[in-house]
Design a protein around this ligand. Structure first.
Ligand SMILES: NC(=O)c1ccc[n+]([C@@H]2O[C@H](COP(=O)([O-])OP(=O)(O)OC[C@H]3O[C@@H](n4cnc5c(N)ncnc54)[C@H](OP(=O)(O)O)[C@@H]3O)[C@@H](O)[C@H]2O)c1
Length: 387
């Protein structure tokens, strides 16, 4: 982290606390964090900050999530140790009644902030409302927690924006530009967290592109790297041979969700995590080129490899022709895919010195995509019936 203003914050609680507030539990990663705590920390009391959704209250959403994730019997057993706090991080005071805030602040010993909007297509002000503003509200709340053992923040490695080359965990704002409002608003959020970390025990985890479980391929998120694959499969399975904008030498840092969760909790159990930033990424040693990913996809699915072209050629020649001729699902695929195209040209790699040092002796190793890529494809095929 950047040099703390008030001296380094060297101590904090180690491991999962006895009374933990978690945000983002209804999301892809947050559900896995919730599940891990329920399974491994039997005495921990959990408060989940969740929005209401449609006609469902936050409690109804959590009940449905527990039943889906744990099965009805286990969900019933676990329900009693979970307080659902209906709130919204984008609102001042998280949208909570003062009494609720006071009661939480006197009982909690840990806050894990995972909630964010991960959409790439929002106007900057909208992304800032959840990501930067939401994090600011969480920090104000956490500042009032009487016995805060630790604050754990889930950021993203893509705060690096449009930089090239190896990005170190200590680096943040080096004057980079951004591909989208998500990257920018998360960079601004991490700045706030780093400032907070100068006076409060804090750890920052930056996953790269999180994909399904390395053992089963399972995921509930079909954003990010999965989207790239889905577009590819949808076009080519329908016999459309469209050149795609990509640099085959791009090394795409994808990381399986089980590794992210294992690493995050293992790091949380070290004093070294306090005041530190960790890339939960595959890192240069375990990152495939797009060439290799396409080769594996073609081999495992039987689909023809696409021709890859420069972004310039795509924008000038191919995209206008596609927009003029495509309809329905195919036009939709093209429009959605647009936000992900820049990642097929990225020259970013994420250094993992802090993460690797923090994981020494834990037995947690970074799986190479070659060892689990087939599982991702299989799960995607079964779930989405693409290909
Ligand atoms: N997935 C990845 O590849 C990836 C990579 C790097 C970093 N990350 C980081 O990991 C974290 C989780 O991402 P994810 O992939 O799990 O995203 P996700 O599936 O979209 O989940 C986002 C979660 O945040 C909650 N949330 C969003 N805005 C909120 C608000 N205003 N108030 C309360 N809750 C709100 C959502 O609640 P609702 O259910 O109500 O929408 C949901 O629970 C984020 O911080 C993200 O930046 C993810």
């Amino acid at each position: 982290m950047t040099a703390p203003k008030n001296g380094p914050m060297t101590t904090g609680a180690v491991g999962v606390g006895e009374a933990v507030l978690l945000t983002g539990a209804t999301g892809f990663l947050g559900t896995q964090l919730l599940k891990r705590i329920l399974e491994h920390n039997r005495t921990t009391r959990l408060s989940l900050l969740v929005r209401s959704g449609g006609r469902d209250s936050a409690r109804e959403r959590v009940d449905a999530l527990l039943a889906r994730t744990l099965g009805p019997a286990e969900a019933d057993r676990q329900r009693g140790r979970i307080d659902v706090v209906q709130g919204d991080i984008s609102l001042p005071g998280l949208g909570l009644e003062p009494g609720t805030t006071a009661s939480l602040q006197s009982s909690l010993d840990q806050v894990i902030h995972c909630a964010a909007t991960v959409r790439f297509d929002l106007p900057l002000e909208d992304a800032r409302r959840d990501n930067t503003g939401g994090t600011r509200h969480m920090l104000t709340f956490a500042d009032g927690v009487r016995h805060l053992g630790r604050f754990d923040y889930v950021g993203t490695a893509f705060v690096a924006g449009e930089r090239d080359g190896l990005v170190m965990e200590d680096e943040l704002d080096v004057g980079q530009t951004f591909r989208n409002s998500y990257e920018q608003s998360k960079m601004e959020a991490e700045k706030l967290v780093r400032e907070f970390a100068t006076t409060h025990p804090t750890a920052i985890y930056r996953p790269s592109m999180v994909v399904g479980d390395s053992r089963t391929g399972a995921t509930t998120s079909f954003q990010g790297a999965s989207q790239i694959l889905i577009f590819y499969r949808q076009f080519f399975s329908r016999g459309m041979v469209v050149p795609i904008p990509a640099d085959l030498q791009t090394r795409l840092d994808i990381v399986p969700v089980d590794y992210v969760v294992d690493a995050l909790f293992a790091l949380m159990h070290t004093q070294k995590s306090i005041g530190n930033v960790f890339h939960l990424a595959s890192g240069p040693a375990n990152t495939c080129t797009l060439d290799e990913l396409m080769e594996m996809t073609a081999k495992l699915t039987g689909l023809k490899r696409p021709q890859c072209i420069s972004l310039e050629t795509f924008r000038q020649k191919i995209e206008p022709a596609l927009r003029a001729t495509l309809k329905g699902w195919a036009l939709d695929v093209l429009s959605k895919g647009d936000k992900y195209i820049p990642y097929a040209f990225t020259k970013l790699l994420f250094d993992k010195t802090h993460t690797d040092a923090g994981l020494v002796g834990t037995g947690i190793t970074t799986p190479h995509p070659r060892t689990y890529y087939e599982k991702l494809l299989q799960f995607q095929e079964q779930t989405l019936r693409v290909g």
